[in-house]
Design a protein around this ligand. Structure first.
Ligand code: SAM
Length: 275
């Protein structure tokens, strides 16, 4: 990996959090798939485009971008070696020839100047210590007129069934969150304020910034038990008393449907142009 200026995120995403996402690749992909249409409609990737997918994780969106860009190509960049291993394996298994990956800190990685027509990200741009520097670095990688399109979480609101359930899990399982859990939560919420997003992108040199609310539905499990097991697997080594387990199950029960445990969540779809 080249220079890293987000060592804490490198540690987290190369440690237990990255391992969890890698082990549950299919589930995370299915959960996040609800934003794909909005993201790629906005990104308007055209045949021949060169696309950069920032914080690409296991590369689901890099492969979608590669399909839309052919005969162009897509490059996924991520700070997590285990997730990039999954990305490369899935790309080979699916026979996608025009997608490649780089392990790097996107805030400072020396991308080829004006090397991309489109930069996309499905929830991979919230974790920078210095967002303005990071988006400026990404602007440098875009050609003039190139587009930026990403999704990031909204603050909890009317449509936040998911945030409410996750908040309850966090309270019941992790009563006294340590500095790591608190830092993870604040990173996830770092771009939740649209005014802050607009200010950061303007300072980083983008124009035509638009922040649009999108409501998506995520499937957290086949049934309540499966969803609870998955959520608890995010807190290894925390056995729960039966009463609390019942409370968690009760919280998910209203969201159980014939096609899985479904919860709505609000995200921002952010688009901008590099002048
Ligand atoms: C919430 S996950 C989303 C992964 C992927 N975009 C997806 O939709 O499955 C966030 C990703 O951002 C990556 N990430 C965090 N900080 C990063 C940085 N400074 N540079 C590159 N990637 C980073 C993490 O390793 C992780 O894969």
């Amino acid at each position: 990996m080249t220079l890293v200026v987000n060592p804490r995120q490198a540690e987290v995403w190369n440690g237990p959090v990255g391992a969890h996402w890698a082990a549950h690749q299919a589930r995370y992909d299915a959960m996040l798939a609800g934003v794909n249409d909005a993201l790629f409609d906005a990104a308007a990737v055209a045949p021949g485009d060169r696309v950069l997918d920032v914080g690409c994780g296991a590369g689901a969106t890099t492969r979608i971008a590669a399909g839309l860009a052919a005969p162009g190509h897509a490059v996924g960049v991520d700070i997590s070696a285990p997730l990039l291993e999954r990305a490369r394996a899935s790309t080979a298994a699916e026979g996608v020839a025009n997608a490649a990956y780089e392990c790097a800190d996107a805030q400072v990685h020396p991308f080829p100047a004006q090397g991309y027509d489109v930069v996309v990200s499905r929830g991979g741009v919230m974790f920078f210590a210095d967002h303005t520097a990071a988006f400026r670095n990404l602007a440098r990688a875009l050609r003039p007129g190139g587009r930026l399109a990403f999704v990031c979480p909204q603050p909890p609101g009317e449509h936040s069934e998911e945030a409410r359930a996750l908040g309850l899990f966090a309270r019941l399982v992790d009563e006294e969150p340590g500095p790591e859990a608190l830092a993870a939560r604040s990173a996830m919420a770092s771009l939740s304020d649209p005014e802050r997003v607009r200010a950061i992108l303007a300072e980083a040199g983008y124009r035509e910034v638009a922040v649009t609310p999108v409501t998506v539905e995520a499937v957290w499990g086949r049934d309540v038990r499966d969803a609870v097991d998955f959520l608890l697997s995010r807190y290894p080594g925390r056995p729960l008393p039966a009463g609390r387990l019942a409370e968690l199950e009760a919280a998910l029960l209203p969201h159980a449907t014939d096609t899985g445990v479904r919860m709505r969540a609000g995200v921002w779809l952010v688009t901008a142009v590099r002048p």
